[in-house]
Design a protein around this ligand. Structure first.
Ligand code: PMP
Length: 386
């Protein structure tokens, strides 16, 4: 029949539903489509209809009824999950957590200081910290690089701002701030601090914590994130930033976030978190089983931990595989995988060696199945000595 839609390169047929064999597995981006089937199962309760005359106003200041309800749902969610302390914290909304990452750097940097604050992060790290900090650099701050270089710096008059990502992107490890002392400040990026991806060990009690709807419900396109901020001055500076930048967060986005969070909160979160954890855990098990048959490739190790949300010891379920090529000659690991039909993200983007590649495990089931199919072939070839 005639093709009516333009298919993605990996599909063909009249309705683009035939999976093309041997198509490369695109596991580059962190697009959390693994949650799409959950929202299909919850289509009615998560649907939203907005009349044309509704919510037209700027209503600046985020003091609308929706914003207040949304703030309440966020506080309730954190207390139900037990992943962050919200008492004594202000909440700032952002257009995705991406906007809040730079708002936080801005708010923590010293203005009018003779030297810019140094923004640091431990390798391997989420590339946006470096890209964004350099793109927006002002006289007040600059990107400085790997935290380990400054750990023993005797010049403690230098103002440091450390990004701490826990669990970490790309390797899923739980992290703590490395720098301390009077001029060290930290931004705790908790994008993955949800029961899907990690055992919840205790509520995070940091001064500045950033979360995102993207990795919680999977709605990356809605562009909603929030920061929990202890210090009033820092909170106010972040509000000024989002005000100057986008005049607050879209009211449509806030409405949608509220609707979705209320579905998440049904039955105290059991439904979505059971679904998401099972999915991530089984993906990790298949991936690590396949890699365990190989001498050529290894994966990061994440110990089982007691989860205060599920109230049991649970195995790893990270958002990404952080794969290493062990053979001397496989120095360009990305290339090895690419030749095998797997498109990951090269380790150097995370400040790490080219022996590493990040594999996204949070995309659709088809993406994951293709990844596994290609990886199995690579591992079989290895056993055959080819
Ligand atoms: N922080 C981390 C660690 C991430 O991995 C991501 C998304 N890949 C973000 C922040 C940004 O997400 P968003 O802007 O969609 O909230």
């Amino acid at each position: 029949g005639k093709q009516i839609c333009e298919c993605n390169t990996c599909y063909d047929g009249p309705d683009c539903s035939n999976h093309v064999l041997d198509c490369p597995a695109d596991v580059n981006s962190g697009d959390p489509l693994f949650l799409e089937p959950f929202w299909m199962q919850n289509a009615a309760s998560s649907a939203l209809v907005v009349s044309g005359w509704h919510r037209m106003s700027y209503s600046f200041g985020d003091q609308t009824a929706t914003s207040k309800e949304l703030e309440k749902s966020i506080r309730k969610l954190h207390s139900v999950i037990g992943n962050a302390v919200t008492e004594g914290r202000y909440i700032v909304f952002g257009t995705g957590s991406t906007q809040l990452l730079n708002a936080a750097v801005h708010a923590l940097s010293q203005d009018n200081s003779s030297t810019p604050s140094k923004v640091v992060v431990s390798v391997p790290f989420y590339p946006a910290y470096e890209e964004q900090t350099e793109f927006f650099a002002t006289e007040d701050y600059e990107f400085y690089g790997d935290t380990s270089l400054y750990r023993n710096n005797s010049d403690d008059t230098m103002d440091m701002i450390e990004f701490v990502t826990s669990p970490n992107n790309p390797d899923g490890k739980l992290k703590r701030a490395v720098l301390n002392g009077p001029s060290a400040k930290a931004i705790h990026d908790h994008a993955y601090n949800w029961p899907h991806y990690t055992a919840i060990t205790s509520p995070s009690d940091e001064d500045l914590m950033i979360f995102t709807l993207s990795k919680l419900t999977g709605h990356a396109g809605v562009r909603f994130g929030w920061a929990l901020v202890k210090d009033k001055t820092v909170y106010e500076k972040m509000l000024i930033y989002t005000g100057e930048n986008t005049f607050g967060v879209s009211k449509d986005t806030q409405l949608r976030a509220l609707k979705l969070l209320n579905v998440v909160l049904e039955g105290d979160g059991r439904s979505i978190f059971n679904y998401a954890y099972e999915k991530m855990r089984t993906r990790w098990e298949s991936l690590s089983q396949t890699v365990s048959l190989s001498k050529r490739f290894t994966l990061q190790e994440i110990p089982p931990r007691f989860c205060t949300f599920f109230k049991n010891v649970r195995g790893p379920s990270p958002a990404y595989g952080w794969l290493k090529c062990e053979r001397e000659e496989d120095e360009l690991c990305y290339k090895v995988l690419e030749d095998g039909g797997i498109l990951g993200r090269v380790g150097t983007r995370f400040g790490a060696s080219s022996r590493y590649v990040r594999l996204s495990l949070i995309k659709s089931q088809d993406d994951f199945d293709q990844l596994l199919q290609h990886l199995k072939v690579l591992v079989l070839q290895e056993a055959g000595g080819t």
